[in-house]
Design a protein around this ligand. Structure first.
Ligand SMILES: [Zn+2]
Length: 412
């Protein structure tokens, strides 16, 4: 994802396009689900879009190709919903506040991408013109000697920082290896480190925000609390408060983006190195471990793990597993989820389980005949890896439990 350098008017034009794309989605959804008579075909929908672009003035501000992309995405949403392997949510109406602002540029030849210097590239956007974007990585077909493949289109996405461009690429190489040659590994979502591996290594990261940025965020949160106190009930929030909220959202988006970058890099590396990745099977909602620990075993880095960081970490684990699942599958590997109760208290050497085995980051086996000592999170990761030998794992019977909810759109 690369930031677009838009002028104020250009950003407003793009906002307008995104609102129109959302309105078009809703129009299609209404047409598709509540139409009397027969099931709407692709031709019907296409006809409906053409008619809407003629009849409704503001519909014309969305480039024709982007409108076609909305139709394609909408139909794909239904296809995903009916896919028995990866059932997705049923398509719904998109509300103004809660849906993501996005516009598609489905045809690569319209883009005319060029690199102008080390930091910037330029791209053509329909009905907006030539726009600079931050050059963050080599693009296939643009960079000489860059990655193989070609760009097939782009998607413009609005984040708290503003508009970004995401290039779609098609890779022409890399047939998936039938079997991943790497070893197996267990991963513990450590209390002390981000990820602990059963091979004794760690994957760590610093705080997502610098001290200065955290202080800035803390001041903004105090400011918003102050501004909320003077708010009149049942009236819209003040411009000042709205601006503070936007600044808070921006700071949080920065932290989130850095966390996401780290996660992508780390999961790519892990999926490339290991053939089987074993993780603890946890329900994400019930798994926020206390960083504060207990009286006997106080946690470390309490400050760093509390508040924003902890929220990101908790949310991050579910995404880490999802990323590992698809990146492993791409490389011929797999992710195995195992139930692993007591992994942090049990010695992987002798199987002796005792809460006293663990003191902060250090694990010391209390079994006199064993006495193994090492990093507590590594020990947990080894237990998780070992647990995979005793458990048959699969994707779970997701399709069966959800089938009752899945119904075709009303064809009347
Ligand atoms: Zn032991």
């Amino acid at each position: 994802m690369a930031r677009l350098d838009l002028g104020v008017a250009q950003a407003l034009t793009l906002d307008g396009q995104a609102h129109t794309a959302r309105a078009l989605w809703n129009l299609l959804h209404e047409y598709f689900t509540f139409r009397q008579g027969r099931f709407a075909t692709l031709k019907d929908c296409d006809q409906a879009i053409r008619q809407a672009r003629q009849d409704i003035d503001w519909m014309g501000q969305l480039p024709a190709q982007a409108a076609q992309a909305v139709l394609k995405t909408y139909r794909q949403a239904w296809a995903n919903f009916f896919n028995p392997d990866h059932p997705a949510e049923r398509p719904t109406f998109k509300s103004r506040g809660r849906s993501r602002m996005a516009v598609d540029v489905p045809q690569a030849r319209d883009l005319q991408i060029k690199r102008i210097n080390r930091r910037w590239g330029v791209v053509n956007l329909p009905k907006i013109g030539r726009v600079r974007f931050r050059w963050t990585k080599d693009l296939p077909g643009v960079t000489k000697g860059g990655p193989a493949g070609r760009i097939t289109g782009a998607r413009l996405v609005k984040e708290a920082h503003g508009w970004n461009i995401v290039f779609r690429t098609e890779t022409l190489i890399a047939p998936t290896p039938a079997v991943h040659p790497g070893p197996s590994v267990g991963i513990d979502r450590g209390i002390n480190v981000a990820l602990a591996l059963s091979d004794g290594t760690m994957r760590e990261h610093g705080p997502w925000l610098t001290d200065g940025e955290r202080e800035h965020l803390r001041r903004l949160e105090k400011k918003s609390a102050r501004q909320r106190r003077t708010r009149i009930p049942d009236r819209p929030i003040s411009r000042r408060l709205a601006r503070t909220y936007a600044q808070i959202a921006k700071a949080r988006a920065t932290a989130k983006r850095r966390a996401l970058d780290w996660q992508h890099q780390t999961t790519t590396e892990l999926a490339g190195t290991f053939s089987t990745i074993v993780v603890e099977d946890l329900k994400i909602t019930s798994m926020v471990r206390s960083a504060k620990g207990t009286v006997e075993q106080p946690g470390v880095n309490v400050g760093q793990k509390s508040g924003l960081n902890r929220a990101i970490t908790a949310e991050a684990w579910g995404r880490t597993v999802t990323l590992l699942e698809y990146k492993s599958a791409d490389r011929g590997g797999r992710v195995v989820k195992v139930p692993a109760p007591g992994t942090s208290q049990t010695c992987h050497q002798c199987g002796h389980r005792d809460p006293g085995n663990r003191a902060r980051t250090v694990f010391t086996c209390k079994n006199p005949g064993c006495g193994w000592a090492g990093h507590a999170d590594s020990n947990a990761a080894i237990n998780i890896n070992n647990a995979a030998g005793t458990v048959v794992s699969g994707r779970g019977d997701l399709g069966a439990t959800r089938s009752a909810k899945r119904q075709p759109p009303r064809a009347a």
